[in-house]
Design a protein around this ligand. Structure first.
Ligand code: C2E
Ligand code: MG
Ligand code: MG
Length: 593
């Protein structure tokens, strides 16, 4: 007959996910105290599983479990009563038990009882001589058993144990780190973060196979990590599919990295989802006591990210990368405020010159950010960070509004340039983008030809289908489109041909060595211009810094150019003055800016 109480008891024990977890200083401390109070060499926190007594913590015992049958701890758990055996040899039940045969003569065990009244096991002390236990000793043992239970319950209440993997969490890492600082100050150690899969890989598994399979994967990964680390070493779960651990003392960096690499290759090869995940490992060396637990983890995790982006499997923490990441994160955090502040963002305008006539048709609006603490931050630095986030939409909206407002102001002043605006790949997924542009134009009574949209070749190739639909709509609305940074984005000609773009802007990288007439850049630019013309595009060359380059491009039939040689990006008033000077003929060869 099934014993329902025993089933419920086992269920309560298994729910706690304590069995077969690694040792933990929090429990070991209590076991040591029990052994000291009794003046006995052996003490243990012993949990009563279906067929075995498993030791969560032990002093003076070599193995981590004994059979449940005939173990006095099992009796303590089943009865939830304190049990003292003063002499095994005098007790027929125990004289022949596993412990009795092994030389144990004395036993005292206090029950570990849950709130619901389930006995999980026992906090016990053992001796090799028969003895009595004093009331004070037994009272202390009962108190310590209560502390063990409080610790178990606290761990769950405060998220010390991850419910899926059963590994201690980041919170526990912080606590254990304090112990490490106390016990081993000054030691050189390595913190290792193992990132089992990329976020998109996890999402893909979830989508295809369901959340339960992801849980299985995490469980499987945590188990093999424990096997890889071996007994006595602790692994923590510090992120969704991220584990961390600290190296043993006295290991040398290169040897350790090599060891990690081969262990994880082995581990990954045996994983059931090895085909769809990549493991990335980050390692951060530190001196115990000189860095906080969070910094150590952050450093190792950011090295794991570096390993990911470098398509390698392992990377060492680099303080330079770390500083760069922190700056990027800071910029991202502050940019939202910049959009609302009113005085941090502004546009500058860089003229575009028609090479055959020297006329200026218009300018490119370039976003500038004056950060309240860091000063001017370059667009090349903050735009790529912003573009990755939901801030892409309000940013582009800000630039569009500011550009159109500027057009209205200049119209009133009698200068009527065309202004081009850069948009991001992310903007292509805004279903209402074109409508917003149309509404903004008509609200200001501006003709659509006054605005040009620039989109980089790589942004277009990121999501070619979406781009095509969007750009057709844009062309239908009468707004001209330019393909920016042309030559850097690996687009296929067949695809480009289908785009309703009118202009290609050849990237400035090709202009650097243009003056070497037989050099590869010259040949490439010549070919690109020829090809673009055949496909019906108007060509703009970017980044023209010298009169020689300007001359060559004119000869090659390039229609327009933009670059420091003609004019740097200028503040609005400066550009207006520059343009009217030029239009009134006062200007000579180049814009002195
Ligand atoms: P881009 O659209 O290709 O803009 C041209 C960049 O080249 C500008 O850098 C400009 O200052 C720089 N430049 C112009 N002539 C020369 C030259 O002769 N020599 C050199 N070395 N550089 C020259 P900036 O303003 O720092 O912008 C960098 C990039 O940031 C832009 O490249 C564009 O992709 C992006 N960006 C700028 N403003 C915006 C914006 O409002 N929205 C979006 N989405 N992206 C923007
Ligand atoms: Mg541009
Ligand atoms: Mg460009």
């Amino acid at each position: 007959m099934r014993d329902h109480h025993e089933d419920a008891r086992l269920d309560a024990l298994h729910q706690l996910k304590l069995l077969d977890t690694q040792p933990s200083e929090g429990f070991d401390r209590i076991t040591r105290m029990a052994s000291q109070i009794f003046g006995l060499p052996v003490a243990a926190i012993s949990l009563t599983d279906r067929d075995r007594q498993w030791f969560k913590s032990r002093v003076g015992v070599g193995h981590d479990s004994i059979p449940r049958e005939t173990a006095p701890c099992a009796q303590v758990a089943e009865s939830s009563q304190l049990i003292v055996i003063e002499d095994f040899q005098a007790d027929p039940c125990y004289a022949n038990s596993v412990l009795g045969r092994g030389g144990t003569r004395f036993y005292a065990g206090a029950p570990l009882v849950t709130h619901d009244g389930f006995g999980l096991g026992s906090l016990c002390v053992l001796g090799t001589e028969p003895r009595k236990a004093t009331d004070a000793e037994l009272a202390a043992l009962v108190d310590l058993a209560a502390m063990v239970m409080a610790q178990i319950e606290l761990q769950h209440a405060f998220g010390r144990i991850d419910p899926v993997s059963g590994l201690p969490t980041r919170n526990q890492f912080r606590d254990d780190f304090i112990d490490l600082e106390r016990d081993h100050p000054g030691e050189q150690r390595f913190a290792v973060v193992v990132d089992m899969a990329r976020d998109d890989q996890i999402s893909r598994i979830t989508r295809a196979l369901g959340l339960a399979r992801v849980d299985d994967f995490i469980r499987e990964a945590s188990q093999s990590l424990r096997v890889t680390l071996g007994p006595g070493r602790v692994a923590y779960q510090v992120g969704n599919a991220q584990f961390a651990f600290i190296s043993p003392p006295g290991v040398e960096q290169m040897a350790y990295v090599t060891l990690l690499k081969s262990s994880f290759e082995e581990m990954h090869a045996s994983s059931s989802v090895r085909f769809v995940t990549n493991v990335a490992i980050g390692v951060r060396s530190f001196i115990v006591g000189t860095v906080s637990a969070d910094d150590v983890l952050r450093g190792a995790a950011s090295a794991a990210q570096d390993a990911r982006s470098a398509e390698g499997s392992i990377a060492l923490h680099s303080p330079a990368n770390d500083t760069a990441h922190r700056r990027q994160y800071g910029l991202l955090q502050d940019f939202g405020a910049a959009l609302e502040a009113g005085d941090q963002l502004r546009l500058m305008y860089q003229p575009r010159i028609e090479l055959a006539t020297g006329r200026c048709r218009g300018a490119e609006a370039l976003l500038r950010w004056r950060h309240p603490r860091l000063g001017e931050v370059s667009a090349a630095e903050f735009i790529p960070i912003i573009e990755q986030t939901s801030l892409a939409r309000p940013t582009t909206q800000w630039v569009l509004d500011a550009t159109m407002d500027q057009l209205v102001t200049w119209d009133r002043a009698g200068i009527e340039p065309v202004l081009s605006v850069n948009i991001s790949a992310a903007n292509l997924s805004e279903a209402d983008l074109i409508e917003r542009i149309q509404v903004a134009l008509s609200k200001r009574k501006l003709a659509p030809e006054r605005l040009e949209i620039e989109l980089t070749e790589s942004a277009i190739m990121d999501q070619p289908d979406q781009a095509l639909a969007m750009l057709r709509e844009l062309a239908d609305a009468g707004v001209c489109l330019a393909i920016d940074d042309f030559g850097t984005g690996h687009s296929s000609l067949a695809y480009l041909q289908r785009l309703p773009a009118r202009i290609v802007k050849i990237d400035q990288a090709f202009m650097r060595n243009l003056t070497q007439a037989t050099g590869p850049d010259f040949v490439l630019v010549e070919a690109m211009i020829g090809l673009a013309h055949k496909l019906g595009y108007r060509v703009v060359a970017e980044g023209i810094e010298t009169s020689e380059a300007a001359t060559i491009l004119t000869k090659l039939g390039c229609e327009e150019a933009q670059g420091f040689w003609f004019g740097r990006p200028m503040e609005a008033e400066q550009f207006a003055a520059w343009l009217s000077d030029r239009q009134s003929g006062r200007r000579v060869e180049r814009g002195d800016t």
